[in-house]
Design a binder for this molecule. Structure first.
Ligand SMILES: [Zn+2]
Length: 327
């Protein structure tokens, strides 16, 4: 079926289904497709949309989504669960962050364009058919191959209703770190599009580095089920979760402390470490061992991301600092 024919508001109740949706023709024949897992409750209720594989080198959500589908019984579900385990199949096939077809980052082109390149077209259909149909939206990411980020739930840090509902669900999700982003969320993301549509949402990060740590897959699986309890899609209480470390700051990883020169990067700080202005946080070396650059913290903060791959090119993001939330 072509995705244009999908009507998620009119699915048969009380079922669990899996299918492939055609999105755009492939040059060698056939179509680029999106895999879709649906669970429709025997009772009406909210629609929860969950994405993974927006970046092709992040695996935790890809593994968690089928597990979540397995654990939800349509007979006990109120509402509809719509999950796309691999949103960017072309990037998944090459295990890269961006699409090998048009070079684009799917997380920078939302809400997309029906007549655009493959990545823009995927964003268009994901927005039209899923995000705009959601009562709540979850996007499962991790640091991918080059970064290192603590396991966290990110949300819109705002007093507006959409922000407060995002925060409440992000707390219940149960990740060890909660990271709020004051508006505006930079454009092009799934969550910026969800917020523009008034859909409360959260996203995740985790260590990544090309593999899915079992504890992160467990965290994401339990997290989505917890949000389903929170939304009254499932009866009973969410699993009890320890209070998270609560951080707030700009989540824009496109603008972080970056390498002034190409070379070998050695971080001098750990994730979640508190650093002071002027503190040495990393060095860039040449192959003979000479220090080409020292990176010093430009302000006080907490390390929320550090680069995992040592080889760096000029301009590559190395370290990102954030702040503790006032609570
Ligand atoms: Zn990602």
């Amino acid at each position: 079926m072509h995705i244009s024919e999908l009507d998620v508001t009119n699915l048969e109740r009380g079922r669990k289904d899996a299918c492939w949706l055609d999105v755009s023709p492939r040059v060698e024949g056939g179509h680029w497709q999106l895999p879709l897992l649906t669970v429709t409750g025997s009772q009406p209720g909210p629609t929860l949309v969950v994405f993974a594989g927006i970046h092709g080198d992040e695996y935790e959500g890809v593994e968690a989504i089928p597990r979540i589908a397995e654990q939800v019984d349509p007979a006990h579900l109120h509402g509809t669960l719509l999950m796309v385990p691999v949103c960017n199949m072309a990037a998944y096939a090459t295990a890269t962050r961006n699409s090998p077809i048009d070079g684009l980052n799917l997380a920078r082109v939302f809400p997309g364009s029906e007549t655009g390149t493959l990545t823009q077209c995927i964003a268009h259909w994901l927005t039209l058919k899923f995000i705009s149909a959601a009562d709540f939206f979850i996007d499962l990411h991790s640091a991918g191959v080059v970064g290192d980020i603590p396991t966290l739930a990110g949300y819109l840090h705002s007093d507006e209703d959409v922000g407060q509902r995002s925060l409440a669900a992000a707390r219940i999700f149960g990740a060890p770190v909660l990271w709020g982003h004051p508006p505006p969320v930079p454009p092009g993301r799934t969550i910026s599009t969800a917020i523009d549509l008034g859909v409360p949402c959260l996203y995740t990060e985790a260590a990544g580095a090309g593999r899915a740590h079992p504890e992160d897959v467990d965290c994401f699986t339990r997290g989505v089920l917890n949000v389903m309890h929170h939304l009254d899609m499932l009866t009973g209480d969410p699993a009890a979760v320890p209070p998270p470390q609560h951080l707030v700051g700009d989540g824009n990883m496109d603008e972080v402390m970056s390498a002034p020169f190409a070379g070998y990067f050695r971080p001098h700080v750990e994730l979640l470490q508190e650093v002071k202005t002027g503190q040495l946080v990393g060095t860039v070396h040449d192959p003979l061992g000479s220090v080409l650059a020292e990176l010093h913290a430009e302000r006080d903060g907490i390390v929320i991301m550090r680069r995992g791959v040592h080889r760096v090119h000029s301009g590559d993001g190395l370290i990102h600092l954030t702040n503790r939330a006032d609570e």
